[in-house]
Design a protein around this ligand. Structure first.
Ligand code: UDX
Length: 469
């Protein structure tokens, strides 16, 4: 039943019933965490296998701490899963839309088909006042377009309201970022929508989390502006690495010295192979594309350079491996350590590590990839590469070792023990994750982006060989 405009809107429930549409990294984490905070939550996805796994207590991706939270949420009886939009429409006071917005094939723009499908499916079914809350990262103006769409489709017309609530969670820290975010952003068009959001996030607001209430275009922009800033910061230090490579300067000391300036800060100033993943690369491209459409392409033209610097780091890493291999990669066995786009994740979307492994393979190297969690996802994407089941298997007989994702298992390798199983002690540290001195002392040739090449020292065993000779 629709409410007459002169009637007061229905009261705000103390604990709104929630649906979460899309149970990927973002949606599954959001649904699970909200249930542990005491809300009744219904998780919805069109992929039945994901729903079955979650309902059975299995998180279908690697995220530290999340399986325990899922167990807790299921045990509380507050979390259920379904593939039915009818059930979702009937259940929710608020509906969080968390579906993916990947890059379109053959274009820099975001692919909004999943977002449009989710909002449409809900709008056609919801028959009492409710709030649709977008969490997906979208081009500026999407909320305004969707508001018009859902109110046209909905049996209750403009009683169906829409808000945007961008999400800033990092993979690997998803639970912490959801329960203790740096800030909340509510992009709203009415006081009722703001009140519903405040009720939905009450436990998180009560712990003193800063809140910014704004309109929907600003809320959409906050997300892409934040990710663009982070990408720019990483590419800035990687651009300095390029300058270091031309001058013999050392980018790790440079980053350390810059980071002590509070105005600059050391976070996201870590040089290396650069950024990847399901967010930063596609978000800066979609932002640039949208800015062009809006006639302000010049304002963010620098993001093309940010992207370019980032992609060049991958090529330069391949150069270093080739140099260590003596100029030709054909037939050289390379141990590629890491496939995920960053440690503590099994996500290989736009992963710099896997991209480097692929390029080495195309130059004729015999590449053996090992990642503690991402082997299966990497294999699905690049079945032609060889995958090792352990670190020991990957490095055994290697002509060059390339560290591409800084998992703890790699950071803590013992250079002496490692030196005994490889064919050649030659290592490229793509993430500045290793102790250069320790590797040099153990007789390794060590190379890293943006750092001068240092001649290897002779390991004790070699020194002895030479004396004997
Ligand atoms: C990012 C944002 O941090 C998060 O706020 C947003 O909501 C989603 O996108 P995420 O993709 O999980 O999160 O990864 P993040 O930790 O930001 O790392 C992104 C990439 O940058 C990784 O490939 C990482 O290796 C790289 N990186 C990060 C660097 O190369 N140097 C750094 O100093 C920091």
């Amino acid at each position: 039943m629709s409410h007459h405009p002169l009637q007061a809107p229905p009261p705000i429930p103390a604990r709104p019933r929630m649906t979460v549409i899309g149970t990927g990294y973002l949606g599954a984490t959001h649904a699970i965490c909200m249930a542990t905070l005491g809300f009744d939550v219904l998780g919805v996805d069109v992929v039945a296998e994901k729903i079955q796994a979650l309902a059975a207590g299995r998180v279908p991706f690697y995220e530290p701490g999340l399986p325990e939270k899922l167990r807790q949420a299921l045990d509380s009886g507050r979390l259920r899963f379904t593939t039915s939009f009818d059930e979702a429409a009937a259940f929710g006071d608020v509906h969080f839309i968390c579906v993916g917005t990947p890059q379109q094939e053959g274009s820099a723009a975001a692919d909004l088909r999943y977002v449009d499908a989710a909002f449409t499916a809900l709008a056609e079914r919801i028959d009492r006042k409710a709030l649709l809350i977008g969490k997906s990262t979208v081009p500026i103006g999407t909320a305004a377009r969707l508001t018009e769409l859902v109110q046209r489709l909905s049996p209750i017309g403009d009683e169906l309201e829409l808000a945007w609530n961008p999400e800033f969670l990092r993979e690997g820290f998803a639970v912490e970022d959801t329960l203790h975010p740096d800030r909340l952003v509510f992009g709203v068009a009415s006081e009722w929508a703001e009140s519903m959001l405040r009720a939905s996030f009450a436990p998180i607001l009560e712990i003193g989390t800063p809140l910014v209430v704004t309109d929907t275009p600003t809320a959409e922009l906050v997300k892409v502006a934040a990710n663009s800033f982070l990408a720019t910061k990483i590419s800035y230090i990687n651009a300095m690495a390029e300058v270091c490579e031309a001058t013999g300067a050392d980018v790790t000391r440079l980053a350390e010295a810059l980071g002590y300036d509070d105005r600059i800060g050391s976070r996201f100033l870590k040089p290396g192979l650069g950024f990847g993943g399901g967010c930063l690369p596609k978000d800066i491209r979609a932002f640039r594309h949208r800015a062009e459409e809006l006639g302000v392409g010049h304002a963010v033209a620098f993001l093309e350079e940010v992207d370019g610097i980032n992609l060049r780091r991958r090529l330069r890493t391949v150069d270093l491996v080739r140099e260590l291999a003596g100029g030709d990669l054909r037939g050289v066995r390379v141990a590629a350590l890491g496939a995920a786009f960053k440690p503590d994740s099994d996500d290989v979307r736009d992963a710099p590590a896997l991209d480097v492994a692929r390029m080495l393979y195309l130059e004729g190297a015999s590449v053996v990839v090992y990642d503690p969690e991402a082997n299966a996802n990497a294999h699905r994407l690049y079945p032609d590469l060889d995958y090792a089941a352990s670190l020991a298997e990957a490095v055994s007989g290697a002509g060059v070792v390339a560290l591409l994702t800084e998992w703890a298992e790699f950071r803590t390798m013992d250079p002496v023990a490692l030196g005994l199983v490889v064919a050649q002690r030659r290592i490229v540290d793509g993430r500045h994750a290793l102790d250069q001195d320790a590797y040099l002392a153990a007789g390794w040739t060590y190379r890293a982006l943006g750092r001068p090449a240092v001649a290897p020292r002779l390991a004790p065993a070699d020194a002895m060989d030479q004396q004997v000779a």
